[in-house]
Design a protein around this ligand. Structure first.
Ligand SMILES: NC(=O)c1ccc[n+]([C@@H]2O[C@H](COP(=O)([O-])OP(=O)(O)OC[C@H]3O[C@@H](n4cnc5c(N)ncnc54)[C@H](O)[C@@H]3O)[C@@H](O)[C@H]2O)c1
Length: 423
């Protein structure tokens, strides 16, 4: 087997499933992470990521094919190094410092002939204009000759029971045709379908297109949800009816805003990059504004419902059901529950939350909220229950039965109850 020794830098939602999949395919894998506590946890057989079970991790540890380390010098014996580090968006600009740091550390110990693959989501041009120069400088190796570099976007969807790493096609684009072919051969070892493209830019842009497509379509239905309220039309019924068309339509659903590392962040990478050239990504910027306004819209609707009951939002007890950014996982990154809670509290509401996956919640002002059980006492005491994240293991009929007033932003509570109102 070629490219048997693998180092995966960053052992989070993306890097750990990749490391375990490569290890299961018979390769020896070292997962490098700056976080020493995470490295200890991994070496102790405990997976911090839902998509990798402790048993799967232990199997690879016991087979001697996987280990975790904080030491970047393990890259000196690697045939392939894959970078899966964060790419946040800070102060209206992409933060590529994690990529630069990892590239510097890896570059300082690279042996000639190594293939380096970047998986972190980023704007077109990053692999060739940011990653490659840092690697070349740090290693003294020439890109394309002694050093092969490629980009392959991660498409992992944490918590998705149908599509995982092995059956989600993997796009690869190398700086040279040789790098593309070598990266494609590496992934074919544990991914069913690999799609080579002309180079890193096409691969980087493909990922941004996928997430921008979602971002804009969610904004479109969010706007339609607001318009439908004014038109007295049930937007959920309309979407289901439109989705009966077997071609040319794909349903997206409204909600209290968008969350996660990808949908709110990735399109902004593209928008930022386009502005560097004096252009504008008008659809992206508009979608961001529409989606970012949804938490305030939810508060306005709740305020109106309380008003009809001669109550003010100030002083009302509001119970949020589900705070993670999407169902059935604990990930809070960019969750719309955070701005929603901020706005409610700023208007004087007394906010509590219940989420089977999130025990404690750090608010933007530094306050920590602890989750409460979703019991009849709490439901009946709330002036309004807002369903924000539709976790599958919550009984929404029970919620509707026990609560006085429910505002359902996800269309999961029973439609026929007079106390249930939907976005
Ligand atoms: N989570 C997803 O659903 C998802 C999906 C597709 C793409 N992505 C992209 O994948 C990349 C990684 O995201 P993630 O969700 O795995 O992040 P994560 O925060 O779960 O994990 C990142 C890990 O990298 C480590 N790290 C940070 N800087 C490091 C460095 N310089 N050297 C070594 N380790 C370092 C952190 O300690 C952490 O354990 C991002 O670019 C993200 O946009 C994420």
């Amino acid at each position: 087997m070629r490219d048997r020794h693998v180092v995966v830098v960053g052992q989070g939602y993306v890097g750990l499933p990749l490391a375990v999949a490569a290890s299961r395919s018979g390769r020896t894998v070292i997962g490098v992470d700056l976080d020493a506590a995470r490295v200890d946890e991994l070496n102790g057989g405990r997976s911090p990521v839902g998509d990798v079970s402790d048993a799967e991790l232990r199997e690879q540890l016991d087979a001697g094919r996987y280990s975790a380390s904080t030491d970047f010098t393990s890259a000196k014996d690697a045939d392939v190094v894959v970078l899966c580090v964060p790419t946040p968006y800070h102060n209206d600009a992409p933060d590529l410092s994690y990529i630069e740091h990892a590239a510097q550390q890896v570059g300082e110990c690279l042996a000639p002939g190594t293939l380096v693959i970047l998986e972190s989501t980023t704007y077109p041009g990053t692999t060739e204009e940011v990653l490659l120069p840092v690697l070349e400088r740090a290693s003294g190796l020439g890109g394309g000759v002694d050093l092969q570099v490629a980009f392959s976007p991660e498409r992992i969807d944490p918590g998705n029971p149908t599509y995982g790493l092995h059956n989600t096609p993997k796009i690869v684009g190398g700086v040279t045709p040789e790098a593309t072919e070598r990266a494609a051969a590496f992934y074919r070892g544990f991914v069913e379908t690999v799609i080579p493209v002309s180079g890193p830019k096409a691969a980087e842009m493909a990922k941004l297109l996928e997430n921008t497509f979602r971002h804009i379509n969610i904004a479109l239905v969010n706007e339609l949800a607001i318009l439908s309220q004014d038109l007295d039309v049930d937007v959920w019924e309309v979407i289901d009816a439109a989705a009966s068309k077997p071609f040319g339509f794909m349903p997206f659903y409204p909600g209290p805003g968008v969350g996660g590392h990808c949908i709110p962040v990735d399109p902004m990478y593209l928008s930022w990059r386009v502005k560097q050239f004096g252009g504008a990504a008008k659809f992206i910027d508009l979608a961001r504004d529409v989606n970012a306004a949804m938490p305030l819209y939810v508060v306005t609707r709740v305020q109106d419902l309380l008003n009809e009951r001669e109550r003010s939002l100030k002083g009302s007890k509001i119970l949020i059901v589900g705070v993670a950014y999407k169902p059935n996982i604990s990930d809070m990154r960019e969750s719309p529950a955070l701005p929603l809670i901020d706005i409610l509290r700023a208007k004087g509401a007394v906010v509590s939350y219940s989420d089977p996956y999130v025990a404690n919640l750090q608010l933007t002002d530094g306050t920590t909220l602890s989750g409460v059980p979703l019991d009849d006492e709490g439901l009946s005491a709330a002036d309004c229950v807002i369903v924000v994240t539709p976790h599958a293991d919550v009984d929404y009929s029970h919620v509707a039965g026990a609560a006085g007033l429910v505002f359902d932003t996800r269309n999961v509570a029973p439609r026929d109850r007079p106390n249930v109102h939907r976005l």
